[in-house]
Design a protein around this ligand. Sequence first.
Ligand SMILES: Cc1ncc(C[n+]2csc(CCOP(=O)(O)OP(=O)(O)O)c2C)c(N)n1
Ligand SMILES: [Mg+2]
Length: 573
Amino acid sequence: MSRDANTAFARAVVDEWVRNGVAHACVAPGSRSTPMAHALAADGRVAVHVFLDERSAAFAAVGIGRVTGRPAVVLCTSGTAAANFHPAVLEADLGRVPLIVATADRPPELRHVGAPQTVDQTRLYGDAVRWFVDLGPPEDVSGAGAWWRATAARTVAVAAAAPAGPVHWNLPFREPLVPTGEPLVDAPGRTGGAPWTVSEPPTRVADRDVATRVAALVRKHPHGVIVAGWGAGADPALVDRVAELCAWPVLADPVSGLRRGPCAVSTYDPLLRVADFAATHRPDVVLRLGAPTTGRVLGEHLAGVPQVVVDPDGAWPDPAREAVERVTGDADSFLRALAVTLQGGRADRVWLDDWLAAESRARAALDGFCAASDEPFEGAIARDVADAVPDGGALVVASSMPIRDVESFARPRDGVTVHANRGVNGIDGFVSTVVGVALGSAAPTVALVGDLCFLHDVNGLLGITRRGIDVTFVIVDNDGGGIFSFLPQATALPDTFEQLFGTPQGVDLAALAAVHGVTVHDVTVGDEVGDAVRNAVDAGGVHVVLVRTDRTANVTQHRAAWAAVADALGEGC
Ligand SMILES: Cc1ncc(C[n+]2csc(CCOP(=O)(O)OP(=O)(O)O)c2C)c(N)n1
Ligand SMILES: [Mg+2]
C-alpha cells in the first residue's frame, strides 16, 4: 500500500525544528509549499505568522532571529516568491542572524521544461547562505525518517553556529500537496523529545597569551579607548571593569548594547568634530568590541591607530586594516582574562577624567541646544526616543539619519536592547523587521525611521494590528532622503539633487498608516516626542508618532548643535 511521504516529511521536519528550539515561522501564501505550511500550522507549537509579501516575511524572520538568537523559519512557494527573500538573506548573512529559508519547488522532472512558476532555485542565494540543501521530493524509501530529521536538526545547528546566518533548504514537492489520507511514512524522532543530533556550538575560550599581550599594550599606552559597535557580544559589567582598570573611555555605538557605565563617553561623535579636541585626544591604541561604529567621524579619528579587535563570531571586521591583534574567542572570557592580568596595576586616570569632563560639557551643550530649538530637531528626536523606550523594551533603528542621530545624540542608558539591520545597511524591510522584533521579544518595541525607509516597506503594515504586538513607529518625515543633504552631492549637483537624491514622495504618511488601522499621533512640538512615545507604549497596540522636519534646516541644526559643543569646550578649557 502506498504511504503519504509529503505529509510525513513535513510533520517530521516541523517536529524536529521544534525539538531544536525553533519557535516561529513566517509563511507567505502559495500552493507548492502546502505540505510545510499545513504542518507548521497544524503542529501548534510553532507561532505561525502569515505575510502576503515574501520580502516582509523574510525580514520579519530576521527580526525574530535578531531578538531571540534562534532561527525563525521563512517559507514560500516556488518562483519569484523565493527571489523576494534575497535582501533579507543578505542581511542575515552579513548581520549574522540565524535564519532557515525554506523555499518550495517543483520536482526535478518539472524543472527546465517551461513548467509554470518554476525558476532554478538551486543555490539561489549563492554564497550568502551557510548551507544549501535539497533532498529531492520526499519519498517512501528506507531510512527516510532519519534522513529528514537529521537534515532538519542540522539546518538549525548550522544557522545558529557562529557566525550565525541563513541556511537555504529547497523543498521540491510532487502532487498531491494536501494529505492523502494514506498512512504516513515512518519518521519517528529520538525518544524523550530529544533533537536528532544535539549540536553544541564550539566554546572558544580566549587564550591567556592573548590577554597577556593585550595587557602589555594597555600598560604601554595609557592613552587608549574602548570602542564598541554592533555584534560586540560582551557583558557590560565586564566592559566596565576593564575600562576602569585601563582607565580608558568607552566610546560605544548604542547598537553595541554598551553605551552605559561609568566610563561611557556618549558624545564622542560631536566631540571629535571639534578640531582642537580631536587633535589632543587621539589614542595610541584601540580595544574594539564588535564592528566599527556607524558614523565616519570616529572611524576617521582612529585612522592608522593600532586596534585589538574582539569579534566573538570569529569574523574579520577590519575595513580600515588597523587590526594588530584579532581576538576570536568569547568576548567575556577574553575580558575576564584581561581584567585578571591588569588587576593590581595602577592606571593614571588623567586621560579618562579628561574625556569624562568633555562628555559632561558636550552633553550639557547638546541638551541646551535642543531645549532652545523651536522647530523639531532630528538629533533631539533621536535622543528623546532612545530615552522613552521602557525598561525591557527594544529600540529598532533604521539606516540613514536615524542610526547616525542615535549614535550622535543618544544618552547612555541601561535596560533597552537596540537593533538595526547593519549587516548591509539597507533601507528595505524595515517595518517588517520591527514586526519581527516585536513578535520575537513580546516586549514593547519602539522604532525610529525616516519617511523613505518607512515607505520602502509599507507592505510590512499589512495586517499589523492583528498580530498582537505593541509597536510604536516614530517616523521622522522630512519628505525625502535627508542624509543626502550632508553629502557632497547636495552642493556639487544642485540641478539634479532633488530628482536623484532628495526624492521627495509627498505621501501623507498619517493617512497611509490610518489605512492600515494604525493610530497616528501628529507631533509638531519637538519636545513632545518623548511623551508621545511613552503614551503610545502605555496604550499598547500599534502606533505611529509622526514628526515633520525640513531637510535643509536639519543640516543647519546639526551644524549648530556641533558648534554648541565646540563652544562649550572652548569655554574654560
Ligand atoms: C535598499 C536600499 N536602497 C537604497 C539605499 C540608499 N539610501 C540610503 S539612505 C536613503 C534615504 C533614506 O531616507 P529616509 O528613510 O527618509 O531617511 P533620512 O535620510 O531622511 O533620515 C537611501 C535611498 C539603501 N541604503 N538601501
Ligand atoms: Mg527622510
